[in-house]
Write a protein that binds this ligand. Structure first.
Ligand SMILES: [Zn+2]
Ligand SMILES: [Zn+2]
Length: 346
């Protein structure tokens, strides 16, 4: 049911600034017992080796020890013909009656939602994990976003075995991805099987499918020797240290798994400086909620939510009508209703 033409993973790699000498200082070998990669490793050579699709531009900034990822936000391999979108995202977990609780978004209504993000090339492993949030936690080699498992604050898992299928449409497609309810922000909640099936070689560790916001790479579910990796084989964040096709000396990396939740990555074991999402700064104007999380919960884009809420004290009823969601769902998604928000600086 899905179109996934054979593509396209020719490297669209642009090394804009050349490799400064500083970028060539290699870190210590990867696997030091107890403290993997504590000193950080330069991921530049591995990032260069990865199979970025043609809609992705990678630009290194060696002086900042970062790279910039730009894409149109669409999966290079295409999207499904149709997606189920819940009428009221706040009613998840989903009831067993898709006909009455979903509408169908056509695949051709999915729109480009550009990504422009800067990620470190010297990720630092830290003992204390940081939970991933709703919204973008990383970027995929095919141009799309990577999310964690969860569709909402109640941690409703949506990928793979927990998918909902009805009348030839599914909530997540056979690649484990889907857009938000307004057709924007296509993202993966589980192994992007349409990428891994193109790249992975039997008997070998999976090839890199993306990079998370902490700078560590992420893979499908094949470990050393091509053995299937399950969550039990990995640490609490779904990671471990071993050589990969792009990092022959070994590196801390994540695996998305298919055996059971968590299918995606629920915490970072690397240092994260700031939330991955773009949009209004956290806290924002007085009484502003976490717009990114609220938008994901409602199944609308951040831009649409910001616009619907408007300037000044938002009219929740008008905003709900504009977004096509119920007032209750909108109030629920906004953690601190603007009319009850405490004054700033409290
Ligand atoms: Zn989702
Ligand atoms: Zn591995």
């Amino acid at each position: 049911m899905a179109h996934h033409p054979k593509t396209l993973y020719g490297a669209a790699l642009i090394v804009a600034l050349g490799m400064g000498a500083g970028a060539l200082l290699f870190a210590l070998p990867a696997c030091v017992s107890g403290a993997p990669l504590a000193g950080g490793v330069d991921t530049t050579p591995g990032i260069e080796r990865a199979n970025w699709a043609d809609n992705v531009t990678i630009t290194f900034a060696p002086e900042d020890e970062t790279f910039r990822y730009e894409s149109d936000g669409l999966p290079a391999g295409g999207v499904a013909d149709a997606y189920l979108v819940p009428d009221d995202p706040s009613t998840m977990p989903f009831i067993d009656d898709p006909a009455d609780s979903f509408w169908t978004l056509a695949g051709d209504e999915i729109v480009a939602t550009p990504i422009d993000v800067t990620i470190t090339t010297r990720p630092v492993y830290v003992e204390e994990p940081t939970l991933t949030d709703l919204g973008q936690i990383g970027v995929a080699i095919d141009g799309a976003r990577i999310f964690n498992d969860y569709e909402d604050r109640e941690r409703t898992v949506v990928a793979l075995e927990d998918n909902v299928v009805h009348d030839h449409a599914a909530f997540v497609d056979e690649c484990n991805g889907h857009p938000l309810g307004d057709g924007t922000t296509y993202h993966y909640h589980g192994v992007p099987t349409c990428i891994s099936s193109e790249l992975d070689v039997p008997g070998q560790h999976s090839y890199m499918i993306g990079v998370l916001q902490d700078g560590f790479p992420v893979y499908a579910d094949k470990g050393a020797g091509g053995e299937v990796v399950t969550s039990d084989d990995l640490d609490e964040c779904g990671g471990h240290v071993e050589p990969t096709p792009e990092f022959a000396d070994g590196i801390y990396h994540y695996h998305m798994t298919a055996d059971g939740a968590p299918y995606s990555v629920d915490c970072y074991h690397g240092e994260v400086e700031a939330p991955a999402r773009r949009g209004p700064p956290p806290g924002g104007p007085p009484g502003r909620p976490d717009v990114g999380a609220a938008a994901e919960r409602l199944g609308v884009s951040e831009a649409a939510l910001v616009e619907a809420l408007g300037e000044g004290p938002p009219d929740v009823e008008a905003a709900a009508a504009r977004l096509g969601v119920s007032v209750e769902a909108l109030r629920e998604a906004l953690p601190s209703p603007p009319d009850q928000a405490p004054p700033r600086g409290q």
